[in-house]
Design a protein around this ligand. Structure first.
Ligand code: AGP
Length: 625
């Protein structure tokens, strides 16, 4: 996720672009740049790796003049955060510039094709194919070139283009990534999000998917994909800036929970080709190594460790490979059995967690190859590992990890499918089923989010309690761990996760009347045993909240009634409350079951008046031991 801005009007563009980028820095902050048209044949470009502050210092020394320009603050997905890879990107003439948010899935093919036509590329980004494609299509009409280019671009994009051959004009277009337009008196702004507009105007138009806008020349004109005129609709924004940076949500955590469908789409983009997963273009592990490897070790901390428990269990169960999932802080002092036929999977949202980095160093010293699963391009972990599989969740600002966790699960699902095919241990039918189910996940998560109010009601029950238990079997146990961590780290309620089968070996003594027990029941093959354990807790007075696809009200739009799946009556009989999730193959159920738990934690913390985004004693990235 990146931040893009554009300005066309009568004021100096550079300060306006810089201010707009500063207000979008939460969308990405590893590099930034601007391009300004000032009557010369080539655009004036200033762009630097690092935060907006670095760009600001550069502009203090050298600020391009001109009243039309574009700007970008980057969250890298393709290509390290460097000056060269920073946006804006230019065509060969340096007279046409583009800023882009999203992923061009077919960029490698376009790059080859444009290269054959003589275009010279200077960056490693997917974005740079856009200005060269526009240059190829340009015939003194930027709007026409963009409408044509849309037909060649696969993937998601919000982009703004400027050409020195068409002074006083910006052209903006979007496909799946957001763009808003600020309307002034003879001046116009365009941005990824509303905060960038607020200092100048509160009259805003939202560009709809597939639409293209021409700004300047005394007005705003909006066109559909075929070039048909559309009527631009505008509205008055009454958000304060603080709320606007959170996209209107009260907290970054809630915004990031609701960003999960998009984060999943971005993370799977270009990696599921037909009925199979394909990581060969980005994961630098050879087929020989992957075919001959004899064990997998997963190292991570906190939520990333919980994702690793799910992914590790699936790899072991379906690929019949020995897998050990270890807390990085324990692993590094355990004198582990690691050799050259070990694949170490290191999972870390930040890519900077000291314990995980130390565990990786130990694995490499003992001959293992390391695959990093991280959300930050160019992070220390990404640089240390032999191979990296990036999640594309965009910046995760809240300390409590949500969208990063779900995209880690997705990355692990895509990886095990790819590994399983290389090791010839997965049937085509199985892969096809899982791929189709992965592609349904964003919509299913969206369905759960539409039932958030029901979860908020249940969270109210927890808010007044001092102890809550989360129980589950198999993958549900790993999800129970994540649910307990979410609740305790932001609401400060003591929350403990337990394997359901362990209750009777001690903890059952703690279950008193009314004690909330959140029971995960999504794994069909062990549902009966799991239900028995839930009954044990209920018989002692526990108040049972069940997260399951097997019963209870439909979480989606009110009024839809779904046939009750098998086992529904049994599950409903043991539950005081049911938080229903859609049904998916067991391997993917953690990606769905975790969402109500995130919402439970969020609403309980809000009810207790806690600092949801920055809980006491914690930090977003634990870069110390
Ligand atoms: C999760 O909500 C916590 N913020 C914490 O457990 C976090 O997952 C852990 O510190 C690991 O961070 P990383 O993914 O950046 O390595």
């Amino acid at each position: 996720m990146c931040g893009i801005v554009g300005y066309v009007g009568c004021r100096p563009a550079a300060p306006i672009l810089l201010e707009g980028l500063a207000r979008l820095e939460y969308r990405g902050y590893d590099s930034a740049g601007i391009a300004v048209a000032n009557g010369r044949a080539s655009l004036q470009v200033v762009k630097k790796a690092g935060k907006i502050q670095v760009l600001r210092q550069q502009l203090n020394e050298n600020c391009p003049e001109g009243t039309v320009g574009i700007g970008h603050t980057r969250w890298a997905t393709h290509g390290e955060p460097t000056d060269n890879n920073a946006h804006p990107h230019l065509d060969c003439s340096a007279g046409l510039g583009v800023v882009h948010n999203g992923i061009i899935e077919n960029y490698l093919e376009l790059r080859r094709e444009l290269g054959r036509k003589g275009h010279r590329f200077t960056s490693d980004t997917d974005t740079e194919v856009i200005p060269h494609l526009l240059e190829e299509l340009y015939d003194a009409d930027l709007l026409r070139a963009i409408l044509q280019a849309r037909r060649y671009l696969d993937g998601s994009y919000a982009m703004v283009a400027v050409s020195t051959r068409e002074p006083g004009v910006l052209v903006a277009t979007r496909q799946d990534s957001p763009l808003v337009i600020g309307l002034g008196q003879g001046e116009y702004w365009v941005a990824s999000d509303i905060p960038a507009l607020l200092p100048y105007t509160r009259q805003v138009a939202v560009l709809e998917n597939g639409e293209t806008a021409v700004l300047g020349r005394g007005g705003m004109q909006v066109f559909g994909p075929a070039g048909e005129r559309k009527s631009g609709r505008s509205f008055q924004v009454n958000w304060e800036l603080a709320a606007a940076e959170k996209g209107g949500y009260p907290h970054f955590m809630l915004k990031e929970i609701f960003e999960q469908p998009e984060a999943l789409r971005q993370t799977m983009a270009g990696r599921l080709a037909g009925p199979r997963a394909d990581l060969s273009a980005e994961v630098a592990l050879t087929p020989d190594f992957l075919q001959e490897l004899r064990q997998v070790v997963v190292v991570a901390c906190g939520t990333a460790y919980h994702a690793g428990l799910v992914g590790g269990s699936i790899i072991q169960r379906h690929l019949r490979l020995p897998v050990r999932v270890e807390l990085a802080s324990e692993f590094r002092y355990s004198d582990p059995l690691i050799d050259r036929q070990t694949l170490a999977i290191a999972i870390s949202q930040s890519g900077e967690t000291a314990d995980t980095l130390a565990a990786v160093e130990l694995c490499r010293q003992r001959g293992a190859k390391v695959l990093a699963i991280t959300n930050v391009v160019g992070s220390t972990l990404a640089r240390e590992a032999e191979a990296t599989l990036y999640t594309r969740a965009g910046p995760e600002i809240a300390v409590a990890s949500t969208k990063a966790y779900l995209t880690q699960l997705l990355a692990l699902n895509i990886f095990y499918l790819w590994l399983g095919e290389i090791r010839s241990v997965l049937s085509r039918d199985y892969m096809e089923t899982i791929v189709k189910s992965l592609q349904s996940l964003p919509g299913q998560v969206q369905e759960i989010l539409e039932g958030a109010d029901q979860v908020a009601e249940t969270a109210g029950e927890l808010a007044g309690r001092e102890d809550v238990y989360f129980i589950g079997r198999g993958l549900d146990y790993a999800v129970a761990m994540e649910g307990a961590l979410k609740l305790k780290e932001i609401s400060y309620i003591h929350a403990e996760s337990l394997a359901s089968g362990e209750l009777k070996h001690g903890t059952l003594a703690l279950i008193s009347r009314g004690m909330p027990v959140v029971a995960l029941a999504t794994q069909k093959h062990i549902l009966e045993k799991n239900l028995s354990n839930i009954k044990e807790a209920r018989a002692r007075g526990g108040r049972i909240i069940v997260v399951t696809p097997f019963a209870g009200p439909d979480p989606g739009p009110a009024g839809e009634s779904l046939p009750e799946p098998a086992g529904a009556a049994d599950v409903a009989a043991v539950a005081d409350r049911v938080l229903r999730v859609p049904l998916a193959p067991e391997e993917l159920m953690p990606s769905l079951a975790a969402v109500p738990l995130q919402l439970l934690a969020y609403y309980a913390a809000v009810a207790r008046g806690c600092d949801v985004d920055q809980p006491r004693n914690l930090a977003k990235s634990v870069t110390v031991e």
